[in-house]
Design a protein. Sequence first.
Length: 475
Amino acid sequence: MNLAYYIEIINSIFFIYACALFTMYIFTAAFSVLELRKYSSKNKYVNYKGMLSYEKLPTVSIIAPAYNEEKTIIDNIKCLLALQYKDFEIIIVNDGSKDDSLNKVINYFDLVKVERAYELKIPCANIKAIYQSLNPAYNHLLIIDKENGGKADALNAGINISQNELFLALDVDCIIEPDAILKMVKPFIDDSKHIVIASGGVVRIANSCEITDGRISKVNYPKNIWAKFQVLEYFRAFTLGRMAWSRLNGLLIISGAFGLFDRQRVIKVGGYDKTTVGEDLELVVRLRRYMHDVEKKKYRVAFIPDPLCWTEVPESLKILSRQRNRWTRGGIDTIRKHQKMFLNPKYGLIGMLSFPYWVIFEWLAPIIQSLGIVYVFFISLFGLLNIQVFLTLLLFVLTFSMSYSLFSIFFEAYTYNRYKGAGYISQSILLMFLEMIIFQPLNMFFSLSGNFDFFFRKSKNGWGNMTRTGFTKSK
C-alpha cells in the first residue's frame, strides 16, 4: 500500500468528523428554535408577580461563594436583597478572603455573629462564624465566614447551613434580574410528568453595562475586544446550544454562575466534588447518573432561555487563558469519573448521545483540529495536498462557521434584543471574522494547554485567580 492510500483514509476520517460536527450544529440550531417557540408560547402570558401569592412555592436559598470580591460584593448583595420571591434566604460564603470583603459587608449591612444550628451533611472546611444583620430589612441575609476550601467547598458549606428545599448556586459577582427566582422555580412546580432536579438559565455578559443599586440600568456592548468575542460565544453556547439539549432533555451542564438545584438530592449524591475544577458539570452528570442508577424515575434538567443573569467575563488574555484551561481540565475530569456512561444504553439519551457528544465534540474537537492543522502542514510539505479541494473545504468551513454565528446574533436580536442599535449588529458581524482567525485559534490553544496540564502536570485542580475590574456605576 502506498502513501496516497493512507492519506485517503485520513482524509475520509477528517471529512466524516467534520460532517458529523456540522450536522450536530444544524440540529442544535433547529431544536433551539423549536424549544424557544414552545417556551415563548407557554410563558407569554404568565404573570410572574402573581406567583408570589401561591401558597406552595418551594423555599429557596441563594448560595454565593465569595473570595476577594470587595470591588463588587456590596452591589451584588443589594441586587440579591431586592429579588422578587416569597420565601428565600441569601447565604454569602466568605471562603477565606484575603481582601476586605468580609469587613465591608459587616459594616454596610450592620452584621453581628449569631448562633445557628446546622448539620454537616456534606464535609466542608471549618466554618468560623455566621453573621446576620441587626436591620430587620436584611433578616434573610446570612454571611458564613469559613476557612478557604475553594468554590465547591464553599457551596457545600452553604448547603449545610441552608434549610430550604431548593438552592440557587450563584457567583457573587453576578447580577440577576428581579424575577429570576420565579422563572427558575416555575419548572419545579409546573412539570407533572417529571421530577425536576435542576434548572439553569441564560448567562449574559455585564462588562461595560451600567449598574444602579445592584441592577443593570443600561445594557452596553462591551468595550473590551476579548469581552466582545465572548458575547458572541455566549450567544452560541446558551441561545443555540443549551436550548437544544434542553428540548432533548439531554443537558449535561448548568452554568456554575447560575443554577437552581433540589437540595436533598444534591446532599444524597454527596454535594459538590471538591477534587475537580469543573464542579458545575460534574454535579449535573452525577445527579443524572444517580437518577438512573438509584431512583429510576422520570426526571428533567430544565433550562430557562430568558437572560436572567449577568456576569463579568475576563478582559485580559492571561485571565481568559486560565479560565479556558480550567474549563478543559474540569471537562476531562468529569468524563473520566463518569466514563461508565459513555455509549451505555442504561443511561438512555444521556449515555448514547449527550455524553458521547461531550467527549467527541467538546473534549476532542480542539485536539482533532490541531492534528488537522499539523496534517495539512506535512502533506503540503511533501507536495501531496490537493490545493483545489483544500480551498473548497476551507471556504465551506468558514462560510458555515460565519453563518452559524450570524444566525445566533440575529436569533438573539429577534428574541430578546438586549443589545440595541445598528452599531452593535455591525460590530458583531465584523467580529465574526476576527473571532475565527483570532479568538477560536486561541481557544484551541487554551484547550490544548488544559489537556497537557491535566495529563502531565501534578496539580490538576488549580483554580487560578479571576481578577475583577468592577462594574460601571450609572450616575
